[in-house]
Design a protein around this ligand. Structure first.
Ligand code: GLU
Length: 476
């Protein structure tokens, strides 16, 4: 439980912002302009369900319009409130600036427990919420482009896109009004896995820098590193799956709503996910030991802790007992400002949310571009690329036959080399490049400035600097 004397989520984000802004030589007025949230729209609407009129409360907050459209997910949870959407919208501004997606920051939320409603009821609620936002241009391909967040996914995004289309029948760009759609409804391959994939790419990039790895009191690669993941939702599941299946990391603990499951030899994420889908929780999973009080597992020894659930889970009440050597913030705001200070003091390296979970919005950007260009990535080049590769392979083999001892290219090489990149490969390549580039930008500030002690301040410095430039070029 978070302590009562801790600042709210929005205040926590403000404190982190100020810590960085104080190191910058910007006019105070401009700092304030960048910090504040421009507007938050609250809507209360009624939907007749199960013979009764139910009133729902939703928000869409726009933090900064230095670039438009503004971008950010829509969350469905009972904990949604104005303070939270404003904090999340601010994080979107800095996240988009850090990974160079040309958007301002926004976020939305609906105060609802999606598990309490049937799909057809959720559709009615979503369409009605979307109607309210579309009417005010708070969903619009040129102004405000939502995406999935906690409690929402492809299905909700498809309903929103369809609702927009119904209200804007002649808008040829209507599909670009929302991202995270299913591929059959204008989505892009690799968007669902994107945030988790981004966490993997972020860690891979971190482990390419020996100096940084040493600072986190580790060495070597991701292979064999012990990782604890909180939340096996879309982000946590994909991150855990890729890190264990592709990088050789051991997922030694998974924390879920009903408790946690641990195994020092590593958990099988696919089997665990299946178990959660079938039984609703981790209890009873045979591949590990069940721990009743899940939150305690956050404090278990491990190399890397991945909080991928909610904000504020690492706070003044438990920060002192966290033993992880590093934390990568897959969720937004999982570490409070107070906890951040304690952890830094204890030598824990934190890869901040605005970088760590930026994979989602990065691939959202690709989806938005795809929708506006009305063509799938790779459609024009793929076969041409394959034909050119084939030319080289054929020529090499022809030359080889002229030698006394001809050599051959292995079938495996040829298979891999001859394959032109499709949409999924291009999306992953673009995401990998983005995650590497953003880490390097952040790292340069971290390593080069004496007054910058951690990656979070470095990330804010890069982002605020970019947002400031964009405001200044607008004459502000
Ligand atoms: N909700 C995700 C986030 O917090 C994705 C936002 C987007 O794709 O616009 O970053």
């Amino acid at each position: 439980m978070q302590r009562a004397n801790e600042p709210s989520f929005r205040q926590s984000v403000d404190m982190m912002f100020n810590r960085a802004a104080n190191l910058m030589e910007l006019p105070p007025g401009l700092k304030e302009k960048i910090r504040v949230c421009n507007a938050t729209y609250t809507v209360r609407f009624g939907v007749r369900l199960r013979g009764e009129l139910h009133t729902f409360t939703g928000y869409r907050s726009v933090h900064s319009e230095h670039m438009e459209p503004v971008k950010g997910g829509i969350r469905y949870a009972t904990s949604v409130n104005q303070d939270e959407v404003e904090a999340l919208a601010a994080l979107m501004t800095f996240k988009c600036a850090l990974v160079e997606t040309p958007f301002g920051g926004s976020k939305g939320g609906l105060c609802i427990d999606p598990r309490e409603w049937e799909p057809h009821e959720l559709e009615m609620i979503t369409r009605r919420f979307a109607y309210e936002l579309i009417k005010r241009d708070l969903i619009n391909p040129a102004q405000n482009v939502p995406a999935p967040d906690m409690g929402t996914g492809e299905r909700e995004m498809a309903w929103i896109a369809d609702q927009f289309r119904r209200m804007n029948t002649t808008d040829i760009n209507s599909a670009a009004c929302v991202t995270g759609k299913p591929t059959h409804a204008g989505g892009i391959q690799g968007r669902t896995e994107a945030t988790g994939r981004g966490v993997q790419y972020a860690l891979q990039e971190f482990f390419r820098h020996d100096e940084d790895v040493k600072e986190a009191r580790m060495d070597g690669t991701l292979d064999g590193k012990r990782i604890i993941v909180q939340g096996l939702g879309n982000v946590g599941y994909h991150a855990a799956k890729f890190l264990s299946e592709e990088d050789g990391a051991l997922i030694t603990g998974v924390i879920e709503r009903d408790g946690a499951v641990v195994n020092e030899k590593g958990l099988n994420i696919e089997l665990l996910k299946l178990h959660i889908t079938e039984t609703g929780g981790v209890r009873g999973f045979e591949g590990g030991t069940f721990v009743d009080v899940g939150a305690e597992v956050l404090e278990y020894p491990c190399d890397i802790l991945i909080p991928a659930a909610m904000e504020g889970v690492i706070n003044l009440s438990n920060a002192e007992r966290i033993q992880a050597k590093m934390i990568i913030e897959a969720a937004n705001g999982p570490v409070t400002a107070g906890a951040d200070e304690i952890l830094r003091g204890n030598g824990c390296i934190i890869i901040p949310d605005m970088y760590a979970n930026a994979g989602g919005v990065t691939v959202s950007y690709f989806e938005w571009v795809k929708n506006l260009s009305h063509i799938r990535f790779g459609r024009m080049q793929r076969r041409q690329e394959e034909a050119r590769h084939l030319l080289i392979v054929d020529e090499l083999e022809r030359l080889s036959k002229q030698r006394d001892v001809p050599w051959t290219l292995s079938d495996d090489f040829k298979k891999k080399y001859l394959r032109g990149a499709g949409e999924l490969e291009l999306v992953r390549s673009g995401l990998d490049d983005t995650m590497r580039g953003a880490y390097q930008a952040m790292r340069e500030v971290w390593r080069e400035r004496q007054d910058v002690a951690d990656l979070r301040v470095a990330a804010y410095l890069v982002s605020i600097g970019r947002v400031a430039l964009s405001y200044q070029s607008k004459g502000l």
